[in-house]
Design a protein around this ligand. Structure first.
Ligand code: TYD
Ligand code: MG
Length: 455
C-alpha cells in the first residue's frame, strides 16, 4: 500500500496546512479546514483497468465495442443501470434508512452469484449473522457469496485481494474508515478518501463496485457533494414508508439514461420486480368519482398509466392551502391560475391537494392536462369517466400543447382496456389509431373539460 501523509485543506479557498486550525489563515473563515491525505497515486485515472498510459490516439482508431455488461437478471435494475452492470464501474446507491438498499443489493448479489460471478459483500453496519438472517428471508437456497463485516478500508482491500471478486458491495460508505485519517467514519474527509480509494481499486482491477450511502434529511447523500461527481452512476432508492412500492431512479449515469426508473414492491420475502406498473398503479383506483384522472406518462422509454387525484374544497385559512405530492407544486399553481383566468373557475378561496397515486413522481409536462381535469372535476364535483385517459401539456393561454411519443402512450391505454384517449390536437396529424380505442384531439383546456366532464 502507498505511503500516506495527512494534511488539512480549506474547503473554501484551498489553503493547505500540516495541522488543523479553527480559522483559515487564507480566507479567515471558520471550521473550513478538512483533513486530507496525499499519496503518490492519489489522482485516479479514468481508464478502465488496462494499466499503463498510452499516447493520444486518433478518435477513429479507438475501438468502440462496448465491454460486455453483467446481467443482474433483475430487469428493473438492469434498465436503471443502462442495460446491465458495467465492469469496473462505481455505482452509488442512496436512499433513506430502512427503504431497502441492503435488501436490493443482497438480492442482486444473489442473482449475480447464481450465474457464477464472484461477489464480495462488505457490511460495516451489520454482523455476518444479520446478513445471513436477511438472506434466509430471501429464500431457502443460499448462493455462493462472500460476506464480511468490516469497516477498515485497508482490511477491506485485503479481502478484495484475497477473494478477487468481480463485484464488490460496500454497505455503507458512512461506516467505512481509512485508518490513516484521524476523523471519524462518515466525516467529509473519510467519505471522500474512502470513495477515492475504492474508485482506484474498482478501476484498477475492473471490479464493479456498489456503494451504499444514507441520505440526510436534506435529501443529499451525507458527505461531500463531490461523492456524486466521483462515481459513475448515482441511483436513488425511494418510496414512502407506508407504501410497499419502491422506485429506483438514476440521477446520474455515465453508462445510460437518467430517465429510466425501476419499480419494485417490498414483500415478505424480499423485493419483487414490477414489470406491469400500470396495472399496479391503477389497481386501487376509485371508479366514477370526481377528482380522479388517468394519465399516460413516459418514465424513460416506458409508458406508465397513473392515477392523478385532486381534492378542491373551500378554505378556512386566510391563504388557501396548496399541496402537491408526486408533481411539481409550481406547475400545479400555474395550472390553477390558467383554470381561473381562462375557464373562470373561482379557485382563489379553495384549498387544493394534488396527489399521484402509488407514490410515483411525474416530471413531464404531458401530465398537465390531467392535473387540470382532476382539479376542475373535483371543484365542480363532476366525475370523470373511468374509461378515459388524458394526455397533454398546458400553456399559459389555456392551449393544449403536443407531447412526445403519443402512439406508445395510446397503445398502453389500449392494453389496459381504456376506451378513449384525450390528446392534443397537434398530435393527431399522421397518427395511426389502433383499432379498439377512440382518440379525441383537443386544442384548449375548455375543449378537454367539455369532452371529459359531462356529469
Ligand atoms: P433494508 O434493506 O435493511 O433497508 P436499508 O438498507 O435501506 O436501511 O430493508 C429494511 C426494511 O425492509 C425493513 O423494514 C424490513 C423490510 N423487509 C421486508 O419487508 N421484506 C424482506 O424480505 C426484507 C429482507 C426486508
Ligand atoms: Mg442497510
Amino acid at each position: 500500500m502507498a505511503k500516506y501523509k495527512s494534511k488539512y485543506a480549506c474547503q473554501e479557498c484551498g489553503y493547505e496546512s500540516p495541522k488543523w486550525m479553527g480559522k483559515c489563515p487564507g480566507c479567515h473563515s471558520w471550521n473550513t479546514l478538512v483533513e486530507e491525505i496525499t499519496t503518490k497515486s492519489s489522482h485516479f485515472r479514468h481508464e478502465s483497468g488496462n494499466g499503463g498510459r498510452q499516447g493520444a490516439l486518433p478518435l477513429a482508431q479507438i475501438a468502440s465495442e462496448e465491454e460486455p455488461r453483467f446481467d443482474t437478471t433483475m430487469g428493473e435494475l438492469n434498465r436503471v443501470l443502462g442495460g446491465g452492470l458495467v465492469p469496473g464501474s462505481l455505482v452509488l446507491v442512496g436512499g433513506d434508512p430502512g427503504i431497502g438498499k441492503s435488501t436490493l443489493l443482497l438480492q442482486s448479489s444473489f442473482a449475480l452469484a447464481r450465474q457464477g460471478y464472484k461477489i464480495l459483500y462488505v457490511s460495516g453496519e451489520e454482523s455476518v449473522k444479520q446478513i445471513k438472517l436477511r438472506a434466509d428471508r430471501l429464500g431457502p437456497d443460499t448462493p455462493p457469496l462472500f460476506v464480511v463485516a468490516e469497516n477498515d478500508l485497508e482490511l477491506i482491500e485485503q479481502h478484495i485481494n484475497q477473494v478477487e471478486p468481480q463485484v464488490v458491495i460496500i454497505d455503507s460508505i458512512q461506516t467505512v474508515f481509512h485508518p490513516q485519517i484521524q476523523s471519524a467514519a462518515g466525516s467529509v474527509a473519510q467519505v471522500r478518501e474512502t470513495t477515492a480509494h475504492l474508485m482506484r481499486i474498482a478501476k484498477g482491477k475492473g471490479i464493479a463496485t456498489f456503494i451504499v450511502g444514507h441520505v440526510t434529511k436534506e435529501g443529499a447523500i451525507a458527505g461531500p457533494r463531490m461523492l456524486e461527481h466521483m462515481v459513475d452512476a448515482v441511483l436513488y432508492f425511494e418510496g414512502e414508508r407506508h407504501n410497499t412500492f419502491r422506485i429506483l431512479r438514476a440521477v446520474k449515469n455515465r453508462f445510460g439514461s437518467t430517465n429510466e426508473i425501476g419499480i419494485f414492491e417490498m414483500k415478505e420475502r424480499g423485493l419483487e420486480e414490477v414489470s406491469n406498473p400500470s396495472e399496479i398503479f391503477l389497481a386501487e383506483r376509485p371508479v366514477g368519482v370526481a377528482g380522479s384522472t388517468v394519465v399516460a406518462s413516459m418514465e424513460g422509454t416506458r409508458p406508465v398509466l397513473v392515477e392523478l387525484q385532486a381534492l378542491v374544497s373551500p378554505t378556512s385559512f386566510v391563504t388557501p392551502r396548496r399541496m402537491a405530492t408526486g408533481v411539481d407544486h409550481q406547475r400545479v399553481a400555474m395550472i390553477m391560475a390558467v383554470l381561473e383566468k381562462r375557464i373562470g373557475l373561482m379557485l382563489q378561496n379553495q384549498d387544493a391537494y394534488v396527489n399521484v397515486a402509488g407514490g410515483v413522481r411525474l416530471d413531464e409536462p404531458a401530465v398537465d392536462l390531467a392535473i387540470a381535469v382532476s382539479i376542475a372535476s373535483s371543484f365542480r364535483d363532476q366525475p370523470t369517466s373511468p374509461h378515459d385517459v388524458v394526455i397533454g401539456e398546458v400553456g399559459l393561454t389555456g392551449e393544449v400543447r403536443g407531447v412526445s411519443r403519443i402512439d406508445q402512450r395510446i397503445r398502453e391505454a389500449l392494453k389496459l382496456g381504456f376506451k378513449r384517449v384525450i390528446i392534443p390536437e397537434k398530435n393527431i396529424r399522421g397518427l395511426e389509431v389502433p383499432p379498439g380505442i377512440e382518440v379525441i384531439g383537443v386544442r384548449t383546456i375548455a375543449e378537454a373539460l367539455h369532452e371529459v366532464l359531462r356529469g
